[in-house]
Design a protein. Structure first.
Length: 759
């Protein structure tokens, strides 16, 4: 939200007051409270008829400093994000000239009884600051509303990222962003997943701890600052120190919730009925058996909305005309080695039997007059489950449990964005403005916790569209309603990279696009991208997405990339475990791995899949691609083309429909099983060991995990001249070893725990 008229003036309807000095302070063992009046105090008379900000500094995690600005201390009806407190040691220093609050390597420093500002320092270097008149207590005379504002300084070359799954430019400088969940597709400034957290290229992050709408102006209203504001009388934000982006994400996820590890089987291919297409038991089995006939491995089959009767979503009951024996059908699918997912959302149509039950028991969101809050958007007479009511949560879960008892393995938790804020009353009295974004957390928490209870903690997974702070605890998320166009494919990737820089680890998208009709070439190119994403699902609106409806080459393309993804699961699942442990996303912007290469900070059309593979999807029918390679030796794992890059280079190439730039960085070890038929298997059993461009004098290693994510062993390689010494622990059987160097491959055998390889 913008409050100024250019650099010098305020918009006429706004009165803006700002702290001018720290007049007094209170020092406690773990906090520092500042009292900052709106003008400097020179005599006793200055203390009258004057407003003041109360500013409290705290630290919930080492290297993270919270700043809470309060004008009037008013009641908070909630909800509030669930934050951890690790109770780190802090150092508070005071003098007659300066105050400081230190946590780890991060310090907040303020002048005492002098011109107001707060410097934030990593060690002794200022990384950002709240400058004179940056903080604002703002009154809108035209509406009688009040706002709180903060502005943080930016450096000359500073770049800002994140704030959720945003489909606008990857670098957020110059943008205005409202943190407000909307069902707006993937082609506008609206987003399903809004996260009030950003990462700076200067090695710090900022998290605004407000569940209501947070308005950001990123080098826009004031081109030298990031600005964020909320309606009301208080505002809290946290500075998250790095100094690397990975360390920022680690601390942020420790604060807001550790990323959960999805089950290994969820990384395989998901196939959907699609949305408005006709389907029944016969169609479903025809698709599943068709994939098997073509030797395309499938791990999950998804039933979209019409597994239920129309006008009754979400009644959570099977349409018996199309599926007369759902339990029998689920058993047939399970007998084929495939999991079952069904679509749900938290909205209940008036025609559904659940509506009457929910209305009578008070389980649906109400209007102020006590009636159920309803509209006709999506389903006729739609109501909303009120997840602030514990009994409503148990009721909703009981309906889902009946499906789990039938054999359903997981749920696609769709929607959760269009939550009403006007003329609305929640069971627990929550502020509707704060509940709007937070609703998706309560919804997915209810579903995910049930899956943990019924299926086991290591088997819980959802396929969610909406998200807020902390939703990283409920993976996986997908990108929403995209279009069957190359541009939308690129938009999806850009949105995903922003999302994954916002504290999330796993992400997917509708392969070949949701809306419209995909062409065969788009289907093939998007299949490559989709199978080289953390999670992979074919889904559409009015078009079946099985490959044989396109052409024979689409079948070959799908098989090749499904097989490849399953083969690298020993690598991919180890990287997923690392995501769970550290907060570094599985798919990640290139700059997370190459922070010293400034060129990588702008890359939005390529990404790293884990720490060792670079992927550059192709976004056109001609097969042409231009992508950037950081310095080092790289090998295309599909073609064996090698690249020796000095100082980084842009590469222009053309690929057929069965290949694309998929490159392993030098000194990498990839464990693969080319015979894998599902995503979950024994990753320690005789994996092939691929070593890429091991430099002379170099040493590299990789962890080995089992299919549950437990540490099972390791593989390491060192090179001296033409000899590679290979050591392994925790592996079963005999492994083939492939050494990739200068476009050539040499193969060996590892039978035991070590071997000397003579190149």
């Amino acid at each position: 939200m913008k409050f100024t008229d250019g650099y010098w003036l305020n918009q006429p309807q706004f009165e803006i007051d700002s702290p001018r000095e720290v007049f007094e302070y209170e020092k406690n063992s773990d906090s520092l409270t500042l009292y900052a009046p709106f003008k400097q105090i020179n005599e006793r008379g200055d203390e009258l008829n004057l407003g003041m900000s109360t500013i409290e500094l705290t630290s919930p995690v080492e290297g993270v400093i919270g700043v809470k600005l309060t004008h009037f201390d008013q009641n908070d009806d909630g909800p509030a994000y669930e934050l951890a407190n690790e109770h780190p040691k802090v150092a508070i220093k005071t003098s007659d000239k300066e105050l400081s609050f230190k946590s780890g390597s991060l310090t907040a420093r303020m002048p005492y009884k002098s011109d107001f500002e707060i410097d934030f320092l990593h060690n002794d270097k200022v990384i950002t600051k709240s400058m004179d008149k940056a903080q604002g207590v703002i009154h809108d005379k035209s509406t009688n509303k009040d706002y709180m504002r903060e502005q943080l300084s930016m450096g000359v070359d500073e770049l800002i990222y994140g704030m959720g799954e945003r489909f606008t430019s990857f670098v957020k400088n110059g943008q205005s962003v409202d943190i407000w969940n909307k069902d707006g597709g993937t082609g506008s400034e609206q987003a399903y997943k809004n996260i009030p957290f950003y990462i700076s290229s200067e090695g710090y992050g900022v998290f605004v701890n407000e569940p209501e709408k947070v308005s950001f102006e990123i080098a826009s209203e004031n081109v030298d600052r990031t600005q964020f504001s909320v309606e009301g009388q208080s505002l809290q934000y946290f500075i998250v120190d790095g100094p690397t982006p990975k360390e920022v994400l680690n601390k942020y996820t420790r604060l807001t919730g550790q990323i959960s590890l999805p089950p290994a089987w969820s990384f395989g291919l998901w196939l959907s009925t699609s949305f408005t297409t006709d389907y029944s038991e016969k169609t479903v089995l025809k698709f599943i058996d068709g994939m098997k006939e073509r030797k395309i491995p499938l791990d999950v089959f998804h039933f979209d909305c019409f597994w239920q009767k129309g006008f009754e979503w979400c009644t959570l009951l099977w349409d018996n005309e199309q599926f007369p024996d759902p339990e029998g059908l689920i058993k047939k699918i399970h007998d084929r080695g495939i999991k079952v997912c069904v679509w749900i959302n938290p909205y209940i149509a008036q025609k559904s039997p659940l509506f009457k039950e929910g209305r009578e028991k008070g389980y649906l969101i109400k209007r102020e007059d006590g009636n159920v809050w309803q509209w006709d958007l999506w389903q006729a007479g739609n109501g909303f489950v009120d997840f602030t009511n514990p009994d409503a949560v148990k009721w909703y879960q009981s309906k889902l449990k009946a499906l789990l008892d039938m054999g359903v393995d997981c749920f696609k938790t769709d929607f959760g964005e269009r939550i009403p804020t006007e003329d609305v009353k929640f069971f627990d009295g929550s502020d509707p403005q704060k509940e709007h974004n937070y609703y998706t957390y309560q919804y997915n928490d209810a579903v995910y916790s049930l899956l943990q209870e019924e299926k086991g903690a290591d088997q819980a997974v959802v396929f969610a569209r909406s998200a807020t702070v902390g939703s990283q605890k409920f993976p996986v998320h997908w990108g929403g309603d995209n279009l069957s166009r190359y541009k939308s494919m690129a938009d999806s990737l850009r949105g995903g990279l922003s999302f994954l820089l916002s504290g999330f680890g796993f992400w997917s998208h509708d392969i070949s696009g949701f809306e419209e009709q995909a062409t065969p070439d788009l289907y093939k190119r998007w299949t490559q991208f989709g199978l080289l994403s953390s999670h992979s699902r074919y889904h559409g609106s009015s078009q079946y997405k099985v490959p044989w409806v396109f052409d024979d080459e689409a079948v070959a393309n799908t098989k090749k990339f499904v097989d490849f993804k399953l083969s690298i699961m020993p690598y991919l699942f180890d990287e997923a475990v690392n995501t769970h442990e550290t907060g570094t996303p599985l798919m990640r912007p290139v700059f997370l791995e190459y922070t010293g290469d400034r060129n990588t900070y702008y890359l939005e059309h390529e990404y790293m899949l884990g720490s060792k593979l670079l992927v550059a999807p192709i976004f056109n029918a001609e097969g042409t691609v231009k992508y950037y390679l950081p310095e080092g030796k790289w090998t295309n794992v599909l073609t064996e083309q090698s690249y020796d890059v000095t100082n980084g280079a842009w590469i222009s190439e053309q690929y057929d429909n069965l290949t694309l730039p998929l490159l392993a960085r030098e000194n990498s070890i990839l464990l693969r099983n080319p015979n894998a038929e599902h995503a979950e298997y024994d990753y320690t059993d005789s994996p092939d060991i691929h070593i890429y461009e091991l430099t002379d004098g170099g040493e590299t290693s990789t962890r080995v995990v089992d299919e549950k994510g437990a540490h099972a062993g390791s593989v390491s390689a060192t090179r001296t001249g033409s000899t590679v010494t290979l050591k392994a622990s925790g592996l079963k059987g005999t492994s083939k070893v492939f050494v990739h160097e200068n476009g050539e491959v040499k193969d060996f055998t590892l039978n035991g725990s070590s071997a000397e390889l003579n190149l």
